[in-house]
Write a protein that binds this ligand. Structure first.
Ligand SMILES: NC(=O)c1ccc[n+]([C@@H]2O[C@H](COP(=O)([O-])OP(=O)(O)OC[C@H]3O[C@@H](n4cnc5c(N)ncnc54)[C@H](O)[C@@H]3O)[C@@H](O)[C@H]2O)c1
Length: 315
């Protein structure tokens, strides 16, 4: 298929591009390089430096490339920034997604896969069974920031385009994704931030007591979920996480072992609104997509450290 990957110069998008090409698909990338990097671009994919908000230029890409499917990874994804600038976030994340949906309708696109988020969509949510964790797709969405509200809004837009225009759509709710090419200067991405600091022997900081739990899932597993969502005849919302909660102190300790880091972390107050614990039940993805994570946490952290060590000068 001719697949458009938005955000293909970014961390997750670039792994999605690599896997699609390996699987024999033809790929075009749209990215405005806001956080994406040229060095992440796979030379076998056609690259268009276009902003999601620029409908006319996006339309030209669809026309020129004959796009048949969209894997939509591009977004502004900084939770704190989304609270400071909700309008820009909504323009990029929601209007940008609507631009793609309109073009999908006009150009006869056969599949759309959307990068959603478990962490920000579920928030501190609850389930109708009363037990909160792990979150299932039936858990009540409770975004507590504009980024999460943007993502949930996009999921609804996908659903209504599917219902009204018959375009098969999948929303994948990602957990905390980590791996090679993640930005170690970002707001989130604790694995990259710790590993980068440790390899430079710089101090590290943990917010709160470090007992907060997250579902750390390796980026190649997330890329494979995208490929399966593209190729299988499935639609709807899927969690794609390991289901294993890991606390931040453990991440720090394992990365310290892998990098030979001996300094103690500084503990600083937790930011207001930070979710305390989130991890995802992905049995629906296992049953309907045939997806399950393959890379263990320790192996994934080892690969990430190895990659960061080799690329430290470029980061
Ligand atoms: N990293 C995670 O743990 C995580 C968790 C949940 C969801 N997600 C989602 O996964 C997707 C990829 O995230 P990532 O971690 O790879 O982040 P990233 O910042 O590396 O990738 C996002 C890409 O989108 C591009 N982009 C941003 N604004 C754009 C615009 N207006 N027009 C065109 N391109 C634009 C950026 O340049 C970048 O290449 C995002 O949609 C994000 O919300 C990520």
């Amino acid at each position: 298929m001719k697949v458009l990957v938005t955000g293909g110069a970014g961390f997750i998008g670039s792994h999605v591009v690599d896997l699609l090409l390996q699987a024999g698909h033809s790929v075009a990338v749209v990215d405005n390089l806001h956080t994406g990097k040229r060095r992440n671009l796979n030379p076998q994919a056609a690259f268009h430096q276009v902003d999601l908000r620029d409908l006319a230029r996006l339309d030209a890409v669809f026309e020129q490339e004959g796009i048949q499917a969209i894997l939509h990874q591009a977004a502004l994804a900084n939770v704190r920034e989304s609270m400071q600038d909700p309008v820009t976030y909504t323009e990029v994340n929601v209007i940008g997604t609507l631009n793609l949906l309109e073009l999908a309708r006009q150009h006869g696109v056969q599949k759309i896969v959307f990068a959603s988020t478990g962490g920000a969509v579920y928030g501190e949510g609850h389930t109708d069974q009363g037990s909160r964790l792990p979150f299932t797709e039936a858990s009540w969405p409770q975004p507590r920031d504009n980024y999460g509200a943007n993502k949930l809004s996009c999921e609804y837009h996908l659903d209504l385009y599917q219902a009204n225009y018959g375009i098969p759509c999948v929303s994948l709710r990602y957990p905390n994704v980590y791996g090679p090419r993640q930005d170690d200067k970002g707001e989130a991405g604790v694995v990259a931030i710790f590993a980068g600091a440790m390899l430079r022997n710089e101090p590290t900081r943990i917010t709160g007591d470090g007992a907060q739990m997250r579902d750390f899932t390796y980026v190649e597993d997330i890329a494979r979920a995208n490929l399966l969502a593209l190729e299988k005849e499935v639609t709807g919302i899927f969690n794609v996480g390991t289901g294993v909660p890991t606390d931040i102190n453990t991440i720090h300790r394992v990365l310290a072992e892998l990098t030979g880091y001996t300094l103690e972390p500084a503990y600083v107050p937790r930011p207001v609104g930070e979710v305390y614990a989130t991890y995802l039940d992905s049995s629906k993805a296992q049953q309907e997509l045939g997806w399950e994570p393959r890379v263990s946490l320790r192996e994934g952290l080892r690969r990430t450290v190895e990659w960061m060590r080799a690329h430290l000068d470029e980061l």
